[in-house]
Design a protein around this ligand. Structure first.
Ligand SMILES: Cc1cc2nc3c(=O)[nH]c(=O)nc-3n(C[C@H](O)[C@H](O)[C@H](O)COP(=O)(O)OP(=O)(O)OC[C@H]3O[C@@H](n4cnc5c(N)ncnc54)[C@H](O)[C@@H]3O)c2cc1C
Length: 409
């Protein structure tokens, strides 16, 4: 798959990944949006990975090439997991635009990504949010109301990835307008009057994702920036919801791969040879631990690859959506556990010297621990269990009831 990509994207693909990997520790320490990486991705056509081919992009993602989508997110996350998440969130926003937008909206918004390198945010989470016990979201406190020629948006968001680097963001809000009730998705410019981005992201992991808070106060959104009619997002292909969860499985797999790469490099280039051995890598105990880690990473890649394939199949045939969602949840659970595990085990292999701050080995565990909290994995485990027990019908039923709940709120 990798060589296919090299053919498709050119040698610059590998060079881009290598350059991003070189800056990963720097951005982790700085904890700021990885502007240079996003510009590099833009220069190499990768920022437009989810823009349709007809509008100058690579055509990856739901509604396009899901395999390419998976490969790019995993590879960039392996190089730098903050940049991988920034790119994945941006790609999810582009995919939502492709699935929900009018042809004119898709063309206009794609053009900004392709020519200017515009980055998108996808702002749903709110400090006031409450989830139902099975992980459903009963709705948002953010609101939109009708105004001449458009809408007025109000609300507070947090965990707003890309907020310091985005040009626009998708803003999830409820509409009670006559005949236009339901979940609305206006697209808002970060520099629009009434938008305030708080540069407050200083968490232990995914430190360069710029996932701070955003206030939206009486912001006017012209009709041409409303994505679909209110309620449409909840009915959009379930594949978008599955592919959204898939991005986390891919990012977490990337973190695990990055941890494995780090360990190999550390063993080859940075360890002191123990007495009687040419290098630490000649110790059979270390070799065994490394082999065990490599198998964990490869097993995770295999289950995630299977989920990528299932989402691609469901994209072509919506009757396969439940199978895809099941596989995505399984992959997400496995990738969450594996990334955290790799982040821990690498210290066992590399030793106490790897705890020096200069080595930066701790970022893999910090990033995995933080990103794996994006959605409550225990609820996802329970969803897989319920599905096996037939307690709530199949995954298709779970998806349908989620959509109905959100729509009805
Ligand atoms: C790095 C990062 C970036 C993110 N970026 C974005 C973004 O760009 N856009 C976006 O919309 N969101 C984003 N999120 C937010 C994410 O979607 C979640 O909303 C957020 O992680 C919720 O955090 P919380 O602490 O409020 O957790 P909660 O979900 O409230 O969970 C806190 C604890 O309560 C428990 N719990 C919660 N609800 C229940 C329940 N009903 N029953 C039983 N137990 C429960 C959980 O198990 C957990 O232990 C991001 C998250 C992270 C970590």
């Amino acid at each position: 798959m990798k060589s296919d990509l090299r053919n498709e994207l050119g040698e610059s693909y590998e060079a881009t990944l290598a350059e991003i990997a070189k800056r990963a520790q720097f951005y982790d320490l700085e904890g700021r949006f990885p502007t240079e990486n996003m510009q590099l991705l833009h220069r190499n056509g990768l920022l437009a990975y989810c823009v349709r081919k007809e509008f100058g992009g690579l055509g990856a993602g739901p509604g396009g090439d899901v395999g390419l989508y998976g490969r790019i997110i995993e590879d960039v996350s392996a190089a730098c997991s903050s940049t991988g998440q920034a790119l994945a969130v941006h790609g999810t926003a582009c995919a939502a635009i492709n699935l929900l937008g009018s042809r004119d909206q898709i063309r206009r918004l794609s053009e900004e990504v392709v020519s200017e390198g515009a980055v998108y945010g996808f702002f749903g989470s709110e400090p006031t949010q409450r989830f139902t016990k099975d992980g459903g979201r009963p709705g948002y406190d953010a609101e939109v109301r009708r105004a001449p020629g458009g809408w007025i948006a109000n609300g507070q968001k947090f965990f707003s990835t890309n907020s310091m680097g985005a040009k626009r963001f998708l803003f999830f809000a409820m509409s009670q307008a006559d005949g236009e009730q339901g979940l609305a998705v206006p697209i808002i410019a970060v520099d629009a009057p009434g938008v305030k981005v708080h540069d407050t992201w200083d968490n232990i992991g995914q430190r360069a994702t710029s996932s701070g808070a955003v206030d939206v106060k009486e912001v006017f959104v012209a009709d041409e920036f409303m994505l679909g009619r209110p309620g449409a997002f909840s009915q959009v292909s379930p594949v978008l919801l599955s592919s959204f969860q898939l991005t986390f499985a891919l990012e977490l797999t990337g973190i695990a791969r990055g941890g494995l790469d780090f360990t190999i490099d550390y063993l080859k280039n940075h360890t002191k040879a123990p007495a009687g051995l040419p290098t630490l890598g000649h110790d059979p105990h270390v070799q065994g631990r490394l082999g065990e880690m490599a198998v964990l990473v490869e097993a995770t890649r295999a289950i995630v690859e299977r989920a990528v394939q299932a989402v691609a199949d469901a994209d072509r045939d919506p009757t396969l959506a439940a199978i895809a969602h099941r596989r995505v949840l399984q992959a997400k659970i496995q990738a969450s556990d594996a990334a955290i595990e790799v982040g821990t085990r690498l210290f066992q292999i590399c030793g106490a010297r790897a705890t020096t701050r200069r080595a930066g080995a701790d970022r893999f565990w910090r990033n995995a621990r933080t990103l794996s909290l994006h959605d409550v994995v225990d609820k996802q485990r329970a969803a897989v269990g319920r599905d096996l027990l037939g307690l709530e019908g199949d995954m298709g039923h779970v998806l349908a009831s989620d959509a109905q709940r959100t729509n009805a709120a």
